[in-house]
Unconditional design. Structure first.
Length: 214
């Protein structure tokens, strides 16, 4: 299998394509666990639940890869996607809001396997003894900016109430965060260069509710 021939200068990849690249990466990881070394575009597309034309279009953002008639080298393609997504090394992340959801995310061990490490958590009630036993130290909000700078953090997870979500978002953006995973049921107002991904479980359930109607 030939190696990657040419990688283009980093470009803006559409958000939906970035999402699908993450899906392809997980499919490739399953192939690697099964000791498969090559995969055709048709097989990878089928595993990812997309059309092969869509997969090939998404992969063009990575450069000239693969060999006609032989498909893709699994290790090389997964490494290139990791590099493109910025997950080829552990990315530091901070979490703000250590309620039930925040604590559950801190206990989740899968982040490290996916290339992320929560380096610190923050909560208004830090220091009151209620966060004992968590795998990550919980700090008061006054330490947020210094910790972000110290660990060169660019991503934050917000698991705070909607009433304070915008205020917290302002704080993390001012400290240098450029990517926010927002669990608060609120549309955040951020500068154009800051990316926000919203996770609203109620909306997802409403979406499912529509499709299960008889």
């Amino acid at each position: 299998m030939s190696s990657v021939v040419k990688k283009p200068i980093r470009q803006n990849i559409p958000r939906k394509s970035v999402y699908r690249l993450s899906v392809y990466l997980r499919c490739l990881n399953r192939l690697k666990s099964n000791l498969l070394q090559t995969v055709s575009s048709e097989a990878l597309a089928h595993a990812a639940g997309v059309k092969s034309t869509q997969l090939r279009k998404d992969l063009t953002y990575l450069g000239q890869i693969g060999t006609r008639g032989r498909g893709y080298d699994v290790d090389q393609l997964s490494a290139l996607i990791n590099e493109t997504l910025g997950t080829n090394s552990l990315q530091p992340v901070v979490l703000i809001g250590v309620g039930n959801l925040g604590a559950a995310l801190l206990r989740y061990r899968g982040f490290g396997e996916e290339g992320f490490r929560i380096v610190a958590a923050f909560d208004l009630q830090a220091g009151e003894g209620r966060f004992a036993g968590l795998p990550v130290a919980v700090h008061p909000m006054s330490k947020l900016a210094p910790m972000i700078i110290e660990h060169s953090v660019r991503m934050a997870i917000l698991t705070v109430p909607a009433a304070v979500a915008q205020e917290v978002a302002n704080q993390v953006v001012a400290a240098g965060i450029t990517g926010i995973l927002n669990f608060a049921p609120l549309v955040l107002t951020v500068p154009e260069e800051v990316m926000v991904n919203n996770v609203n479980l109620a909306i997802e359930l409403e979406n499912l509710s529509y499709f299960i109607q008889e």
